[in-house]
Design a protein around this ligand. Structure first.
Ligand code: NZQ
Ligand code: ZN
Length: 388
């Protein structure tokens, strides 16, 4: 393993069916004024809202609601949340929802007392918070992003057509997260499978880099095998607890910083996917699914050994009688078959992208250098065209 690192993760997880019972104990660690953040109303339909508000009431908290956090939360919504948090001097932000609600809550937590425009400071200039940070706790209802145990916070600015993630340090990680797999049963299939690909892609973004022997790569192979196995069950039986709980746990470990230790990481599928999202407002996991294969096929020759290993160790491709290139290609074909089997979107055109957007999407794509090949702008355009 190459690279020195310091590792810690401050988020306390309460995992499993019935784990909402732990919320009361967690709330006791904070003051009386709680900002309850949620999305477009799914938690009211499935009863989670009633359960959470009953616990808040039982704990004697004064609750300030901030509803309507949209998928891919916007900068305008962030300004609104900052106002609510600041004016009511909240002691805790309780996020009840998916990655968008958790990400948004973290953005509000660092921005409420920020004296400048938080979009400029945190998302354009990528500075770290030097003001008061409001603690965040999460009750997760959608699986995929890993936001429940990381410092990631992605905000979209539709006016400038930029979707940018800031990965904050552990002072911004949720203080606690409640993970009850049964809370994810009501997810529509489209969201559920988008989340499955988000998890897969978080792992591959960290797997396809470096050439040294790294424990993190072996851990990731295990996580991918578990995800593939459980996802096949979950698409047929959405209420299979064993499958949904394994997927929830895999999602958390895929992006809670653990498997990135000692590695450089790539994140180019996410960079292209976010640019697609800024133009189309596509569901995050589907934007990734639509660009991943053209990207991996393009960089495969530069990281051939790892793509071969991926084929054999993750997809059980038999190497006998095949060239290295054929083995690697068979691995990516196996991933393609799995993606189609679980029902992912394979083209950005199906997400609303049109030919006239391609140049703009390429311009909105941040180019990273941690993977096997640093892309040129023309190569980004090739990938986007292959996904039309
Ligand atoms: O808004 P409501 O009504 O709650 O509906 C949501 C939303 O429409 C619905 N939903 C969530 N839980 C549900 C449910 N519907 C029924 N039953 C439930 N139990 O699902 C829809 C999507 O929710 P959202 O939170 O947007 O999805 P996701 O968890 O995929 O989050 C996406 C956001 O996270 C960012 C993405 O870019 C995107 O903005 N990411 C955050 C990351 C991080 N923090 O590290 C990393 C990721 O790569 C990603 O970029
Ligand atoms: Zn993602």
């Amino acid at each position: 393993m190459l690279g020195n690192f310091v590792y810690s993760n401050p988020t306390r997880l309460c995992f499993g069916e019935g784990s909402l019972d732990r919320l009361k104990g967690e709330l006791e660690n904070y003051g009386g004024r709680v900002m309850l953040v949620y999305g477009g109303g799914s938690i009211k339909k499935n009863g989670i809202y009633d359960k959470v508000t009953a616990i808040l009431k039982d704990c004697g908290k004064t609750v300030f609601e901030d509803a309507g956090v949209m998928p891919n939360p916007t900068v305008e919504k962030l300004y609104e949340g900052c106002r609510i948090a600041r004016e009511n001097e909240v002691d805790l932000i309780l996020a009840v929802g998916g990655g968008s609600v958790c990400d948004y809550s973290k953005a509000v937590s660092v921005s409420a007392y920020c004296e400048e425009d938080p979009w400029d400071k945190y998302y354009l200039r990528m500075e770290e918070p030097d003001n008061k940070i409001i603690p965040v706790g999460c009750v997760l209802t959608m699986v995929g992003t890993g936001s429940e145990m990381n410092g990631g916070s992605v905000i979209t600015n539709h006016e400038t057509k930029l979707k940018i993630g800031h990965v904050f340090g552990d002072n911004v990680f949720p203080k606690f997260s409640i993970l009850d797999p049964t809370f994810t049963y009501t997810l529509p299939k489209y969201q559920m499978t988008a989340g499955f690909f988000d998890i897969m892609n978080h792992i591959t973004e960290q797997y396809f880099s470096d050439t040294d022997d790294s424990t993190s790569d072996y851990v990731m192979e295990g996580l991918m095998r578990s995800l593939i196995h459980s996802s096949r069950i979950a698409v047929k039986e959405p209420e299979n607890y064993e499958a949904r709980s394994n997927i929830m746990w895999t999602a958390t470990w895929a992006l809670n910083t653990f498997v990135a230790m000692g590695k450089t990481t790539d994140w180019m599928v996410h960079m292209i996917g976010h640019a697609v999202g800024a133009y189309t407002n596509a569901t995050h996991g589907m934007a990734l699914a639509a660009v991943a294969l053209p990207y991996y096929r393009k960089i495969c020759p530069y990281g051939l050994e790892k793509f071969k290993r991926f084929a054999v160790n993750v997809w059980d491709v038999r190497p006998e009688g095949r060239t290295d290139e054929e083995i690697a290609a068979a691995g990516l074909s196996a991933m393609e078959d799995w993606m189609k089997e679980i029902g992912l979107v394979m083209k950005i055109s199906e997400l609303g992208a049109t030919e006239d957007m391609i140049e703009g999407i390429a311009d909105a794509t941040f180019i990273n250098s941690g993977g096997y090949k640093e892309l040129t702008r023309d190569e980004v355009i090739d990938i986007l065209k292959e996904s039309m």
